[in-house]
Design a protein around this ligand. Structure first.
Ligand SMILES: [Fe+2]
Ligand SMILES: [Fe+2]
Length: 278
């Protein structure tokens, strides 16, 4: 079985700083890394779907680098709208040499039974994402080289509507072109995203689209038309995508934080649920 842990939206700040007037994103980032390290078995790799820092500063990336450095398995990172490509690559390529030195921060990893295609949807200075013709051509080419091997595509900005107005105005602008490319490749088992700071699952372009919660603050679910996003301190979480030939990708959500130890399922003999009508 292949196990892929997906972390997202750390929004790491400079040392001893918090985000949005008091969210201790740095401590919560450490908590997420610790949660992955506690997994048994350990994931084969970790993917990180953008917004690693809050402001795209070198100092922030140094903290990200030392935090992620605790993970012994391969780690695949992409930028989000809060990141800055130059600083992202300058600092993180010290540990992740697969990061392209210039241009879009995107790449494919083919070492596992599931290919991982990591995309750059950043439109610097904008909150929403872009998937310009250059990036479209790149994705087409990468998918064409896969030979039908099961594939997971990671992109920060969700390329699908989620029926939340506050989110849908911040998604991927070139989503139709993106969907057309994905639809031609049924081997794409998942399109996994960050950015919305909530768990969301949709049917999308013949596959499954998924957005993972943040390791820090979440966005409150607000289905009222026209309403803007607000934050809420719902439990942070990460996703665990498992893959086996017989099941394909199965996605689990794991809250981070202290919820005690697992305990055995023990029923007392008097448990009323054991009594049948017969
Ligand atoms: Fe974010
Ligand atoms: Fe974002």
């Amino acid at each position: 079985m292949l196990i892929v842990a997906q972390l997202s939206d750390f929004h790491v700040c400079r040392p001893n700083q918090t985000a949005y007037g008091g969210v201790d994103t740095n401590a919560m980032f450490k908590q997420a890394v610790t949660a992955v390290l506690k997994m048994d078995p350990q994931p084969d790799c970790v993917i990180v779907s953008g917004d690693l820092t809050d402001c795209g500063l070198d100092e922030e990336y140094e903290l990200v680098l030392s935090g992620l450095g605790a993970l012994p398995m391969p780690v695949f990172v992409i930028p989000g709208n809060h990141d800055r490509r130059k600083s992202f690559v300058r600092v993180l390529s010290k540990r992740y040499p697969y990061l392209p030195p210039t241009g879009f921060v995107q790449y494919t990893d083919d070492r596992f039974p599931v290919r991982i295609i990591a995309l750059d949807s950043v439109d610097e200075g904008e909150t929403g994402g872009r998937f310009c013709t250059e990036r479209q051509a790149w994705l087409r080419d990468q998918l064409a080289r896969g030979g039908g091997k099961p594939t997971l595509v990671m992109i920060h900005h969700p390329p699908f509507p989620v029926a939340v107005d506050g989110m849908d105005i911040l998604g991927l602008r070139d989503a139709l072109a993106f969907a057309e490319i994905i639809r031609e490749h049924p081997e794409v088992e998942r399109v996994v995203c960050g950015h919305y700071h909530r768990p969301i699952t949709v049917r999308f372009a013949g596959t499954v689209g998924f957005a993972v919660p943040s390791s820090a603050h979440q966005v409150a679910l607000d289905l009222r038309p026209g309403h803007e996003n607000r934050f809420i301190m719902e439990p942070p979480a990460f996703a665990v995508h498992t893959w086996r030939p017989d099941s394909g990708i199965v996605t689990h959500l794991v809250p981070t934080g202290d919820y005690g130890r697992p305990f055995d399922v023990v029923l007392s003999p008097e448990y009323p649920g054991l009594v049948t009508d017969a």
